[in-house]
Design a protein around this ligand. Structure first.
Ligand code: SAH
Length: 507
């Protein structure tokens, strides 16, 4: 029988970028994945589509799957010959009960490997601008649990020694018993003026850091309604935060942004927003699908030489057109007859990537004014428009008004993406979104269609709408949105710039 192997993997404390290369490789191989609440759920997208995923998470104060049951599952799945990934928050051996899991695997003779992770005390402090050690303030650091095994008769933490002698004290699971533990540190002789910090949800876009002193910590926890997962950090190093903060000062930190683009197109926007510190929720409202009938597009492509101009209005149109060209086994060199036009830099670049140089157009042209840009020169000429099924008629009308003979063919269809991710729907209904981003008229229309069974009252009370350009803005206004800002350049980077500017000016 195939021999199983269990990887006990530290996934880091939240930011999915903090898993190790080895951990990610093991996760991607696994037949079975057991994961915790503290391990970021985005890791699940890395698993094999046929992997068995088992949630064994623990909510505070409740254990849906008892530890012995997790251990038993690991042994059972390993013995059955599976590659098992046991994904745990932070590091598996730092207050993670990884030791107990490994003990049972060892006892049962199931091969296992430990993949260390970045523990919260290292990562959350760094993300809060606090170095755990610094030669100017401390040479010692201690990781301590504030929540020991409740069955233990006596605490193993001797605060009277730790309090006065350890430079940086980091307490895990410290909120529940904070009052008692903090008092013990003060009683040990540590000055109540010692700088201290609370780092909630460290390394995540929802990270919150509250700075206090040892003497005011308990009050700060209450005042700021601090909840787990939170680290308590005590020591002079906390003062370094004034100089070393970086994560929380990024331009979009704390902004909750909803992305409505289609899934394949969203990633560039999501990556840019994420890098600027935003908390991004994906709520894909449109899906790009092939035309129901390829004949009109195929015929137009095969007879492209008959046209004087081909106008591409989107990257999707370019992809579809050249995808079909390939399908028909045509040589793009046969396309040399018509002049090729592109609306917007992304469309132009998509053509350039395929070796096609387009006519020069001022950057500010968008669908509405391309007809003007091409101008009188199109009178009596044949223009091919490979476009979306629902493209607005303006461009065609403008070209026809200029005397052109226009052939419009459906290169792709824009349809409603009906997927309803539960977390996104919940955030929308709770009004926990600060910005809606619309990148086309169809994202606006389909967003509303997709939300027709959701209650948008709370969202609409304070959400701000960011639009990619005037056509999208007009559609959003027509559908009842108040548009707060619009991109100067009608591109994704332009939209991001507009959002950053608006957020900076209004927070
Ligand atoms: N094995 C984990 C710790 C698990 S114990 C690790 O190595 O990080 C759970 C405690 O860890 C929480 O109560 C909290 O004190 C701390 N913790 C885990 N993730 C955290 C995060 N993202 N921000 C702040 N504290 C965190």
């Amino acid at each position: 029988m195939k021999k199983g192997l269990v990887y006990i993997i530290g996934a880091g404390p939240g930011d999915p970028g903090l898993i190790t290369v080895k951990g990610l490789q093991a996760l991607r191989r696994a037949d079975v994945v057991l994961y915790d609440r503290l391990a970021n759920e985005s890791f699940l997208q890395e698993c094999r589509p046929d992997a068995e995923l088992i949630f064994v998470g623990k909510m505070p104060d409740q254990h849906p799957v008892p530890q012995h049951e997790i251990n038993r599952l690991l042994v059972e799945k390993g013995q059955a010959g599976n590659v098992v990934a046991r994904l745990k928050g932070g590091d598996p051996y730092i207050f993670g009960r990884g030791g107990e899991e490994a003990e049972d695997l060892a006892a049962a003779g199931v091969p296992f490997e430990i993949v260390p992770g970045v523990t919260a005390a290292i990562a959350a402090t760094a993300y809060a601008g606090i170095p755990a050690t610094h030669r100017d303030c401390t040479s010692t650091v201690a990781f301590i649990t504030g929540h020991e095994d409740p069955n233990k008769a006596e605490s193993a933490v001797d605060w009277s020694k730790i309090g006065p002698s350890i430079g940086t004290i980091v307490i895990y699971m410290g909120i529940k018993h904070s009052e008692k533990n903090i008092q013990q540190i003060i009683d040990s002789g540590r000055s109540p003026d010692t700088p201290a910090a609370l780092i909630q949800q460290g390394t995540l876009p929802s990270q919150r850091t509250v700075v206090a002193t040892l003497g005011t910590l308990t009050q700060a926890i209450k005042e700021h309604d601090i909840k787990p997962p939170t680290l308590i950090v005590i020591g002079e190093v906390v003062n370094m935060r004034e100089k070393l903060t970086w994560f929380e000062t990024r331009p979009l930190f704390g902004a909750r942004v909803l992305v409505t683009r289609s899934r394949p197109q969203a990633s560039k926007l999501v990556t840019e927003l994420d890098a600027l510190g935003a908390s991004v929720t994906e709520f894909h409202s449109i899906k790009i699908e092939p035309p129901l009938d390829f004949d009109p597009l195929d015929n137009a492509i095969m007879n492209a030489a008959d046209f004087d101009h081909v106008v591409f209005t989107s990257v999707n149109g370019v992809e579809s057109f050249f995808g079909r060209t390939r399908n028909l086994e045509l040589d793009i060199r046969d396309l040399k007859g018509p002049r090729i036009w592109a609306i917007g830099p992304a469309t132009r670049d998509a053509l350039l990537d395929r070796g096609v140089v387009v006519e020069k157009l001022p950057m500010e042209y968008f669908a509405k004014s391309l007809g003007e840009a091409m101008g009188k020169s199109v009178s009596g000429q044949k223009v091919l428009l490979p476009r979306a099924d629902i493209a607005p008629p303006v461009l065609r009308e403008d070209l026809e008004a200029a005397g052109a003979q226009v052939t419009e063919v459906t290169a792709y269809r824009t349809v409603l993406d009906e997927s309803m991710p539960a977390a996104a729907a919940k955030a929308i209904e709770a009004g926990e979104i600060d910005y809606l981003t619309f990148t086309s008229s169809s994202t606006v229309r389909n967003f509303l269609e997709k939300c027709k069974n959701l209650n948008l009252d709370k969202l609409m009370q304070h959400v701000k709408v960011i639009s990619i350009g005037p056509v999208t803005t007009q559609t959003a206004k027509d559908l009842g949105f108040n548009v707060h800002t619009e991109a100067d350049e009608f591109t994704i980077p332009g939209l991001v710039d507009a959002l950053v500017e608006f957020h900076t000016d209004n927070t």
